[in-house]
Design a protein around this ligand. Structure first.
Ligand code: PBG
Length: 340
Protein backbone atom coordinates (compact mmCIF):
# COMPACT_ATOMS: atom_id res chain seq x y z
CA UNK A 1 0.00 0.00 0.00
CA UNK A 2 1.43 3.38 -0.97
CA UNK A 3 1.38 5.79 1.95
CA UNK A 4 0.24 8.72 -0.15
CA UNK A 5 -1.90 9.15 -3.26
CA UNK A 6 -0.30 11.37 -5.88
CA UNK A 7 -2.86 10.69 -8.62
CA UNK A 8 -5.00 13.66 -7.68
CA UNK A 9 -2.10 15.62 -6.43
CA UNK A 10 -3.34 14.97 -2.89
CA UNK A 11 -1.02 13.74 -0.24
CA UNK A 12 -2.27 11.81 2.84
CA UNK A 13 -0.27 11.22 5.96
CA UNK A 14 0.91 7.68 6.55
CA UNK A 15 -1.28 5.51 8.77
CA UNK A 16 -0.31 5.63 12.44
CA UNK A 17 -1.78 2.47 14.03
CA UNK A 18 -0.05 3.28 17.30
CA UNK A 19 -2.69 5.98 17.94
CA UNK A 20 -5.17 3.25 18.87
CA UNK A 21 -2.71 1.47 21.14
CA UNK A 22 -2.13 4.40 23.46
CA UNK A 23 -4.40 3.48 26.37
CA UNK A 24 -5.87 0.31 27.72
CA UNK A 25 -9.40 1.59 27.03
CA UNK A 26 -8.54 2.30 23.40
CA UNK A 27 -7.01 -1.11 22.96
CA UNK A 28 -10.01 -2.83 24.54
CA UNK A 29 -12.38 -0.82 22.37
CA UNK A 30 -10.79 -1.91 19.11
CA UNK A 31 -9.78 -5.46 20.10
CA UNK A 32 -10.97 -7.94 17.48
CA UNK A 33 -11.03 -10.99 19.74
CA UNK A 34 -12.37 -11.36 23.27
CA UNK A 35 -11.90 -14.62 25.15
CA UNK A 36 -14.93 -15.30 27.36
CA UNK A 37 -15.74 -17.80 30.08
CA UNK A 38 -18.59 -18.99 27.83
CA UNK A 39 -16.03 -20.22 25.29
CA UNK A 40 -14.40 -22.70 27.63
CA UNK A 41 -14.85 -26.35 28.53
CA UNK A 42 -13.00 -27.81 31.54
CA UNK A 43 -11.49 -31.32 31.15
CA UNK A 44 -11.87 -33.29 34.40
CA UNK A 45 -10.60 -36.70 35.51
CA UNK A 46 -12.46 -39.00 37.86
CA UNK A 47 -10.75 -42.05 39.36
CA UNK A 48 -12.51 -45.12 40.61
CA UNK A 49 -11.89 -46.24 44.20
CA UNK A 50 -10.20 -43.17 45.68
CA UNK A 51 -11.50 -41.10 48.57
CA UNK A 52 -9.25 -38.08 48.10
CA UNK A 53 -8.14 -36.33 44.92
CA UNK A 54 -4.79 -37.55 43.55
CA UNK A 55 -2.44 -34.89 42.14
CA UNK A 56 -0.99 -35.45 38.64
CA UNK A 57 2.68 -34.34 38.83
CA UNK A 58 3.04 -33.70 35.08
CA UNK A 59 -0.21 -31.64 35.05
CA UNK A 60 0.35 -29.22 37.93
CA UNK A 61 -2.89 -28.03 39.50
CA UNK A 62 -4.96 -30.80 37.88
CA UNK A 63 -6.05 -33.88 39.84
CA UNK A 64 -7.67 -37.26 39.46
CA UNK A 65 -10.89 -36.57 41.32
CA UNK A 66 -12.79 -38.79 43.70
CA UNK A 67 -16.55 -38.80 43.15
CA UNK A 68 -16.93 -36.35 46.04
CA UNK A 69 -14.17 -33.94 45.02
CA UNK A 70 -15.52 -34.01 41.46
CA UNK A 71 -18.91 -32.94 42.71
CA UNK A 72 -17.40 -30.00 44.63
CA UNK A 73 -15.24 -28.97 41.67
CA UNK A 74 -18.21 -29.00 39.30
CA UNK A 75 -20.38 -26.99 41.67
CA UNK A 76 -17.61 -24.38 41.86
CA UNK A 77 -17.16 -24.33 38.09
CA UNK A 78 -20.90 -23.84 37.65
CA UNK A 79 -20.78 -21.00 40.19
CA UNK A 80 -18.00 -19.36 38.18
CA UNK A 81 -20.16 -19.52 35.05
CA UNK A 82 -18.20 -22.21 33.19
CA UNK A 83 -20.54 -23.68 30.59
CA UNK A 84 -19.13 -27.13 29.99
CA UNK A 85 -16.96 -29.93 31.23
CA UNK A 86 -15.59 -33.04 29.58
CA UNK A 87 -15.15 -36.09 31.74
CA UNK A 88 -12.44 -38.76 31.53
CA UNK A 89 -12.51 -41.92 33.64
CA UNK A 90 -9.67 -43.75 35.35
CA UNK A 91 -11.02 -47.23 36.13
CA UNK A 92 -9.74 -49.44 38.94
CA UNK A 93 -9.23 -52.36 36.51
CA UNK A 94 -8.50 -52.57 32.79
CA UNK A 95 -9.05 -55.39 30.28
CA UNK A 96 -8.48 -56.15 26.58
CA UNK A 97 -11.78 -54.66 25.39
CA UNK A 98 -12.12 -51.81 27.87
CA UNK A 99 -15.32 -53.16 29.45
CA UNK A 100 -15.46 -50.37 32.04
CA UNK A 101 -16.22 -47.85 29.33
CA UNK A 102 -19.75 -49.13 28.68
CA UNK A 103 -20.56 -50.66 32.06
CA UNK A 104 -23.50 -48.79 33.66
CA UNK A 105 -21.51 -49.11 36.92
CA UNK A 106 -18.33 -47.81 35.23
CA UNK A 107 -16.76 -44.77 36.86
CA UNK A 108 -17.78 -42.22 34.22
CA UNK A 109 -21.37 -43.42 34.14
CA UNK A 110 -21.64 -43.25 37.93
CA UNK A 111 -20.07 -39.78 37.95
CA UNK A 112 -22.37 -38.53 35.17
CA UNK A 113 -25.46 -39.71 37.00
CA UNK A 114 -24.46 -37.85 40.13
CA UNK A 115 -23.49 -34.69 38.27
CA UNK A 116 -26.70 -34.73 36.24
CA UNK A 117 -28.60 -34.85 39.54
CA UNK A 118 -26.48 -32.03 41.02
CA UNK A 119 -26.18 -29.48 38.25
CA UNK A 120 -28.90 -30.54 35.82
CA UNK A 121 -28.78 -28.45 32.68
CA UNK A 122 -26.75 -25.58 34.20
CA UNK A 123 -23.56 -26.96 32.73
CA UNK A 124 -23.04 -29.04 29.57
CA UNK A 125 -21.94 -32.53 30.57
CA UNK A 126 -19.65 -34.01 27.94
CA UNK A 127 -18.12 -37.46 28.06
CA UNK A 128 -14.94 -38.35 26.23
CA UNK A 129 -15.85 -41.48 24.29
CA UNK A 130 -12.88 -43.81 23.90
CA UNK A 131 -11.44 -46.97 25.43
CA UNK A 132 -7.74 -46.22 25.89
CA UNK A 133 -8.24 -45.40 29.58
CA UNK A 134 -9.97 -48.77 30.00
CA UNK A 135 -7.85 -51.15 27.93
CA UNK A 136 -4.90 -53.13 29.29
CA UNK A 137 -2.90 -52.45 26.08
CA UNK A 138 -3.70 -48.70 26.04
CA UNK A 139 -4.99 -48.56 22.46
CA UNK A 140 -8.16 -46.67 21.53
CA UNK A 141 -9.90 -49.80 20.29
CA UNK A 142 -10.05 -53.57 20.10
CA UNK A 143 -6.74 -55.03 18.97
CA UNK A 144 -7.05 -57.85 16.39
CA UNK A 145 -4.87 -60.94 15.97
CA UNK A 146 -2.58 -59.01 13.61
CA UNK A 147 -1.81 -56.49 16.38
CA UNK A 148 -3.68 -53.65 14.61
CA UNK A 149 -6.77 -51.92 15.97
CA UNK A 150 -9.87 -53.51 14.39
CA UNK A 151 -11.87 -50.55 13.08
CA UNK A 152 -15.29 -52.13 12.70
CA UNK A 153 -15.30 -54.09 15.95
CA UNK A 154 -14.25 -50.89 17.70
CA UNK A 155 -16.98 -48.64 16.32
CA UNK A 156 -19.62 -51.19 17.33
CA UNK A 157 -18.21 -50.94 20.87
CA UNK A 158 -18.22 -47.11 20.66
CA UNK A 159 -21.96 -47.26 19.89
CA UNK A 160 -22.57 -49.16 23.11
CA UNK A 161 -20.44 -46.74 25.13
CA UNK A 162 -22.39 -43.79 23.70
CA UNK A 163 -25.67 -45.33 24.84
CA UNK A 164 -24.27 -45.97 28.36
CA UNK A 165 -23.03 -42.37 28.60
CA UNK A 166 -26.30 -40.90 27.30
CA UNK A 167 -28.33 -43.08 29.68
CA UNK A 168 -26.17 -41.79 32.56
CA UNK A 169 -26.94 -38.17 31.65
CA UNK A 170 -24.32 -36.95 29.17
CA UNK A 171 -25.62 -34.07 27.04
CA UNK A 172 -22.76 -34.55 24.57
CA UNK A 173 -20.62 -37.55 23.72
CA UNK A 174 -17.19 -36.86 22.27
CA UNK A 175 -15.59 -39.72 20.33
CA UNK A 176 -11.80 -39.32 20.39
CA UNK A 177 -10.59 -42.62 18.93
CA UNK A 178 -10.23 -41.54 15.28
CA UNK A 179 -11.82 -44.74 13.90
CA UNK A 180 -13.37 -44.50 10.44
CA UNK A 181 -17.17 -44.36 10.59
CA UNK A 182 -17.27 -43.80 14.36
CA UNK A 183 -19.66 -40.86 14.25
CA UNK A 184 -22.19 -42.69 12.07
CA UNK A 185 -22.04 -45.79 14.25
CA UNK A 186 -22.57 -43.70 17.40
CA UNK A 187 -25.43 -41.66 15.91
CA UNK A 188 -27.23 -44.85 14.82
CA UNK A 189 -26.76 -46.48 18.21
CA UNK A 190 -27.97 -43.39 20.08
CA UNK A 191 -31.02 -42.98 17.86
CA UNK A 192 -31.91 -46.68 18.07
CA UNK A 193 -31.84 -46.42 21.87
CA UNK A 194 -34.06 -43.32 21.85
CA UNK A 195 -31.30 -40.80 22.64
CA UNK A 196 -32.05 -38.63 19.63
CA UNK A 197 -31.24 -35.42 21.54
CA UNK A 198 -27.75 -36.43 22.68
CA UNK A 199 -25.25 -34.39 20.67
CA UNK A 200 -21.94 -35.53 19.20
CA UNK A 201 -18.75 -33.48 19.45
CA UNK A 202 -16.39 -35.30 17.11
CA UNK A 203 -12.66 -35.16 17.68
CA UNK A 204 -12.39 -34.97 13.89
CA UNK A 205 -8.88 -33.71 13.16
CA UNK A 206 -6.95 -35.26 16.00
CA UNK A 207 -3.24 -35.49 15.32
CA UNK A 208 -0.75 -38.13 16.51
CA UNK A 209 0.88 -35.48 18.67
CA UNK A 210 3.75 -35.60 21.12
CA UNK A 211 1.77 -33.25 23.34
CA UNK A 212 -0.48 -35.85 25.03
CA UNK A 213 2.17 -37.15 27.47
CA UNK A 214 0.84 -35.58 30.69
CA UNK A 215 -2.71 -36.70 29.80
CA UNK A 216 -1.51 -40.30 29.58
CA UNK A 217 -0.10 -39.91 33.10
CA UNK A 218 -3.46 -38.50 34.18
CA UNK A 219 -5.33 -41.59 32.97
CA UNK A 220 -2.57 -44.13 33.75
CA UNK A 221 -2.12 -45.17 30.12
CA UNK A 222 0.98 -46.74 28.62
CA UNK A 223 0.65 -48.06 25.09
CA UNK A 224 1.80 -51.70 25.01
CA UNK A 225 5.07 -52.73 23.34
CA UNK A 226 6.25 -49.17 22.84
CA UNK A 227 3.36 -48.66 20.39
CA UNK A 228 1.84 -45.40 19.21
CA UNK A 229 -1.37 -44.10 17.65
CA UNK A 230 -0.09 -43.29 14.16
CA UNK A 231 -2.27 -46.04 12.70
CA UNK A 232 -5.42 -44.08 13.57
CA UNK A 233 -4.60 -40.47 14.55
CA UNK A 234 -3.69 -37.98 11.84
CA UNK A 235 -0.18 -37.40 10.50
CA UNK A 236 0.87 -33.89 11.55
CA UNK A 237 2.38 -33.21 8.17
CA UNK A 238 -1.13 -33.01 6.71
CA UNK A 239 -3.60 -30.14 6.63
CA UNK A 240 -5.94 -30.97 3.73
CA UNK A 241 -6.54 -34.42 5.21
CA UNK A 242 -8.37 -32.65 8.05
CA UNK A 243 -11.13 -31.70 5.57
CA UNK A 244 -11.67 -35.36 4.67
CA UNK A 245 -12.11 -36.17 8.37
CA UNK A 246 -14.26 -33.16 9.25
CA UNK A 247 -16.60 -33.46 6.28
CA UNK A 248 -17.04 -37.21 6.82
CA UNK A 249 -17.93 -36.59 10.47
CA UNK A 250 -20.49 -33.90 9.60
CA UNK A 251 -22.06 -36.14 6.98
CA UNK A 252 -22.34 -38.91 9.59
CA UNK A 253 -24.08 -36.60 12.04
CA UNK A 254 -21.47 -34.71 14.05
CA UNK A 255 -23.05 -31.64 15.68
CA UNK A 256 -19.65 -30.05 16.42
CA UNK A 257 -16.16 -30.86 15.18
CA UNK A 258 -12.82 -30.55 16.91
CA UNK A 259 -9.21 -29.86 16.01
CA UNK A 260 -6.60 -31.14 18.46
CA UNK A 261 -4.04 -30.05 19.70
CA UNK A 262 -4.61 -26.30 19.34
CA UNK A 263 -1.59 -24.01 19.14
CA UNK A 264 0.47 -26.15 16.76
CA UNK A 265 -2.62 -26.48 14.51
CA UNK A 266 -3.90 -22.90 14.25
CA UNK A 267 -3.73 -23.18 10.45
CA UNK A 268 -5.98 -26.26 10.59
CA UNK A 269 -8.46 -24.52 12.92
CA UNK A 270 -8.66 -21.54 10.54
CA UNK A 271 -9.04 -23.76 7.47
CA UNK A 272 -11.74 -25.92 9.08
CA UNK A 273 -13.60 -22.82 10.30
CA UNK A 274 -13.70 -21.52 6.72
CA UNK A 275 -15.25 -24.68 5.25
CA UNK A 276 -17.85 -25.73 7.85
CA UNK A 277 -20.79 -24.02 9.51
CA UNK A 278 -21.11 -26.19 12.62
CA UNK A 279 -19.34 -25.03 15.79
CA UNK A 280 -15.60 -25.72 15.75
CA UNK A 281 -13.89 -26.74 18.98
CA UNK A 282 -10.16 -26.84 19.68
CA UNK A 283 -8.45 -28.76 22.48
CA UNK A 284 -5.55 -26.96 24.16
CA UNK A 285 -4.05 -30.24 25.35
CA UNK A 286 -2.12 -31.42 28.36
CA UNK A 287 1.35 -30.84 26.88
CA UNK A 288 0.41 -27.29 25.88
CA UNK A 289 -0.76 -26.59 29.42
CA UNK A 290 2.20 -28.25 31.14
CA UNK A 291 4.80 -26.48 28.99
CA UNK A 292 3.42 -23.14 30.13
CA UNK A 293 3.24 -24.23 33.76
CA UNK A 294 6.77 -25.67 33.72
CA UNK A 295 8.38 -22.64 32.08
CA UNK A 296 6.50 -20.33 34.44
CA UNK A 297 7.61 -22.36 37.47
CA UNK A 298 11.20 -21.79 36.35
CA UNK A 299 10.56 -18.07 36.10
CA UNK A 300 11.27 -18.18 32.34
CA UNK A 301 7.90 -16.85 31.19
CA UNK A 302 4.89 -15.12 32.72
CA UNK A 303 2.54 -18.13 32.75
CA UNK A 304 -0.71 -16.16 33.06
CA UNK A 305 0.22 -13.86 30.19
CA UNK A 306 1.21 -16.76 27.92
CA UNK A 307 -1.91 -18.75 28.79
CA UNK A 308 -4.13 -15.81 27.87
CA UNK A 309 -2.14 -15.16 24.68
CA UNK A 310 -2.37 -18.79 23.55
CA UNK A 311 -6.08 -19.24 24.31
CA UNK A 312 -6.91 -15.94 22.61
CA UNK A 313 -4.87 -17.03 19.56
CA UNK A 314 -6.90 -20.23 19.37
CA UNK A 315 -10.10 -18.19 19.36
CA UNK A 316 -8.68 -15.71 16.84
CA UNK A 317 -7.87 -18.64 14.54
CA UNK A 318 -11.58 -19.49 14.54
CA UNK A 319 -12.39 -21.81 17.44
CA UNK A 320 -15.88 -21.31 18.90
CA UNK A 321 -15.27 -23.62 21.85
CA UNK A 322 -11.96 -24.25 23.63
CA UNK A 323 -11.25 -27.24 25.85
CA UNK A 324 -8.57 -26.18 28.31
CA UNK A 325 -7.05 -27.05 31.69
CA UNK A 326 -6.94 -23.26 32.24
CA UNK A 327 -10.77 -23.01 32.29
CA UNK A 328 -11.09 -22.64 36.03
CA UNK A 329 -8.16 -20.20 36.28
CA UNK A 330 -9.63 -18.05 33.52
CA UNK A 331 -13.10 -18.07 35.08
CA UNK A 332 -11.61 -17.03 38.43
CA UNK A 333 -9.74 -14.15 36.82
CA UNK A 334 -12.86 -13.06 35.00
CA UNK A 335 -14.96 -13.24 38.17
CA UNK A 336 -12.37 -11.16 40.07
CA UNK A 337 -12.50 -8.56 37.30
CA UNK A 338 -16.32 -8.65 37.21
CA UNK A 339 -16.38 -10.03 33.64
CA UNK A 340 -17.65 -13.18 32.02
C1 PBG B 1 -8.02 -40.42 24.01
C2 PBG B 1 -7.69 -39.00 24.36
C3 PBG B 1 -6.40 -38.46 24.50
C4 PBG B 1 -6.58 -37.11 24.84
C5 PBG B 1 -7.95 -36.87 24.87
N1 PBG B 1 -8.62 -38.04 24.55
C6 PBG B 1 -5.07 -39.10 24.47
C7 PBG B 1 -4.54 -39.76 23.29
O1 PBG B 1 -5.07 -39.69 22.19
O2 PBG B 1 -3.51 -40.41 23.47
C8 PBG B 1 -5.47 -36.15 25.09
C9 PBG B 1 -5.84 -34.88 25.82
C10 PBG B 1 -4.68 -34.10 26.35
O3 PBG B 1 -3.50 -34.38 26.07
O4 PBG B 1 -4.96 -33.16 27.10
N2 PBG B 1 -9.04 -40.91 24.85
Amino acid sequence: MPSSDSRAGASFPAARPRRLRRTRALRDLVAETHLRVDDLVAPLFVREGVHDPVPIPSLPGVVQHSLDSLRREVEQLAGLGVRGLILFGVPAAKDAIGSGACDPEGIVQVALERLAADVGDDLVLMADLCVDEYTSHGHCGIVGDDGAVDNDATIELYGRIAVAQAAAGAHVVAPSGMMDGQVGAIRSALDAAGFTETAILAYSAKYASGLYGPFRDAVDVTIADGGDRRGYQQDWRNRREAFVEVLADIEQGADMVMVKPAVTYLDVIAAVRSVVDVPVAAYHVSGEYSMIRAAAANGWIDGDAVALEQLTAVKRAGADVILTYFARWFAEQAAAAGRR
